[in-house]
Design a protein around this ligand. Structure first.
Ligand code: F6P
Length: 547
């Protein structure tokens, strides 16, 4: 890997810092000076209309950001990723989630082997299984059809399918029940299965490594629950358990028939995996055809990212805008605010995608970074957030860049009356970005006859940057497009910051410590070397527990 000069010493970086110091653009002025801005600052990819006119940028800002991207080799790294090179340096792995949605005739090689046929073989196997569950052909131990599907997984083995199931609910087989269990808190599994009939329940154990303690613990408890219902008849496991994993050995060790395993590979990162076998629950819910439509959506954005020129490349632009605020405006967070109730888990999904990828403080060569990396990503669907935390975005002291995602038409079989509510939802959507951008001046407040002592309180500074992402409606393809857009945005930022966006060593320490502390909680065992604070807390816990 070529040596990477210190980012902050690059002329492209200092040029941006100077530009930031010299120009403090106000959005009212920018639009007044350039009414064509609303048309020019739009990029279209697939079904997505992405408007970034309400960003605190000028043509010069964009040009300087593009120069930074060019200097840091974003496109070279992109091409290396698409080619299957081992760009995940610390795990020495290729990063090929894009191969999961490649067409059947594509050739993508890892170590000289074309992986595309394997991808499609698994997709076909998933499709066959999904159809058998959906049609009732696959039956449980007593011969009854499966009516409940419980996905047990955590992180990337949960957030993706759970988010996409919610997002695409109107397309799901409503006669089936889907639940997603992730937390090692026993209440999660309890609430998921307490009203289910084991004879009609399928457990999907989703774990890339098949060693994740939460998932294996929950899967073991689920198996006990099932076996209790079938008086310990182990044969029931084959009818009621399937696994999604890269680790055939561990799956077999757990007692799941390898025929009931749907494979994926170490070149698929956990947080990039829901369009792999990890999406089986989703495929059962929406059917193989809709799942493939979703993959097509991913592919539209992959192709765009790979081929669109820099100035019209949507993931590149979004990534660079994030860098503009993160590194040159000291923004600490980034809000993603979908105006669709079906996207209620979208931002939680993005939190792992973005924060596990770019929450890093060393460069690819192990040297510390001297610049901010990934922001805190947060948000909930509109309009709920408007009545909770938008106050801080509008009138607080922080700069919070935000993405607003909305649709021209609602989905689902809504009554005419409920359909009509969609315009009201979207009126809020447009009103918020308008208020955030242009605010309300003291003069405007006074002109409304507001008493002078209240003027300052009712003034809105404006100049809060937003990107508006619009599509006709939330289809499987559009969901795929949105996810791929953010995947590649995160990629761009990691490339500029020169970090490995594809490892996640930061989650390891807590896992190791939890294993060490557990015997102290359960048996009161001494934990050698435990710090005094945690020792005291453990003692307090045991006193409370045994009181
Ligand atoms: O939280 C860390 C992590 O390794 C994630 O990256 C991953 O998505 C999750 O755990 C689950 O891992 P697995 O699919 O191996 O159970």
């Amino acid at each position: 890997m070529a040596e990477f000069p210190m980012l902050t010493h690059r002329p492209e970086w200092t040029a941006l810092a100077d530009h930031r110091a010299q120009s403090q653009p106000r959005l009212r002025e920018l639009f007044a000076a350039d009414p064509g801005r609303a048309e020019r600052y739009v990029v279209r990819v697939g079904d997505l209309h992405i408007d970034y006119s309400k960003q605190l940028i000028t043509d010069e800002t964009l040009a300087l950001l593009q120069e930074l991207a060019a200097a840091t080799g974003v496109f070279a790294l992109r091409d290396a990723m698409f080619r299957g090179e081992r760009i995940n340096l610390t795990e020495r792995r290729a990063v090929l989630h894009t191969a999961l949605r490649a067409p059947r005739d594509a050739v993508i090689e890892v170590d000289g082997e074309n992986v595309v046929p394997k991808v499609h073989a698994v997709l076909d196997k998933m499709a066959g299984f999904a159809e058998r569950i959906r049609s009732g052909e696959w039956t449980g131990q007593t011969g009854r059809r499966i009516r409940n599907v419980v996905n047990i997984g955590i992180g990337g083995s949960d957030l993706g399918p759970a988010m996409a199931y919610e997002a695409l609910r109107p397309y799901t087989a409503r006669e089936l029940t889907f639940r997603f269990v992730s937390n090692v808190d026993g209440s999660d599994l309890h609430e998921a299965i307490r009203d289910l009939d084991p004879a009609e329940t399928l457990f999907i154990v989703a774990s890339k490594t098949f060693t994740t303690i939460e998932t294996i613990t929950n899967a073991t408890s689920a198996r006990s629950w099932l076996l209790k219902a079938f008086e310990g008849d182990e044969k029931a496991v084959a009818k009621h358990f399937v696994a999604l994993s890269t680790n055939g050995e561990k799956v077999t060790e757990f007692g799941i028939d390898p025929d009931n395993m749907f494979e994926f590979w170490d070149w698929v990162g956990g947080r990039y995996s829901y369009d792999s076998a990890i999406g089986l629950s989703l495929m059962i819910a929406i059917g193989p055809d809709r799942f493939r439509e979703m993959l097509d959506g991913f592919r539209i954005v992959d192709d765009h990212f790979r081929t669109a020129p820099a100035e019209a490349n949507a993931p590149l632009l979004l990534g660079l805008l994030g860098i503009w605020y993160d590194n040159f405006h000291d923004a600490q967070t980034h809000a993603v605010l979908p105006y669709s109730h079906y996207l209620s888990k979208f931002t939680a999904y993005l939190q792992q995608l973005d924060m596990e990828s770019n929450g890093k403080s060393v460069q690819r060569d192990g040297n510390p970074v001297e610049w901010q990396t990934g922001p805190v990503v947060w948000g909930t669907p509109g309009t709920n957030g408007q009545h909770a935390y938008y106050q801080l975005i509008h009138q607080g002291t922080r700069l919070i860049p935000a993405d607003f995602i909305g649709f021209a038409r609602p989905i689902g079989e809504l009554s005419e009356e409920l359909k009509a509510q969609h315009d009201l939802l979207m009126a809020n959507f447009f009103a918020q970005t308008q208020a955030l951008a242009f605010g309300k001046t003291a003069e405007e407040v006074r002109a409304e006859g507001v008493a002078e002592e209240q003027v300052a309180h009712r003034t809105f500074r404006g100049d809060h940057p937003t990107t508006t992402i619009l599509a006709t409606e939330l289809t499987p393809s559009v969901l795929g497009q949105l996810i791929a857009l953010y995947e590649h945005k995160v990629f761009v930022q990691g490339a500029v910051w020169n970090i490995d966006s594809f490892d996640q060593w930061g989650v390891e320490l807590g896992k190791v410590l939890a294993r060490r502390v557990e015997p102290a909680l359960t048996e009161g065992a001494d934990v050698p070397g435990l710090d005094p604070s945690t020792t005291a807390l453990v003692a307090a816990y045991r006193t409370l527990k045994n009181a």
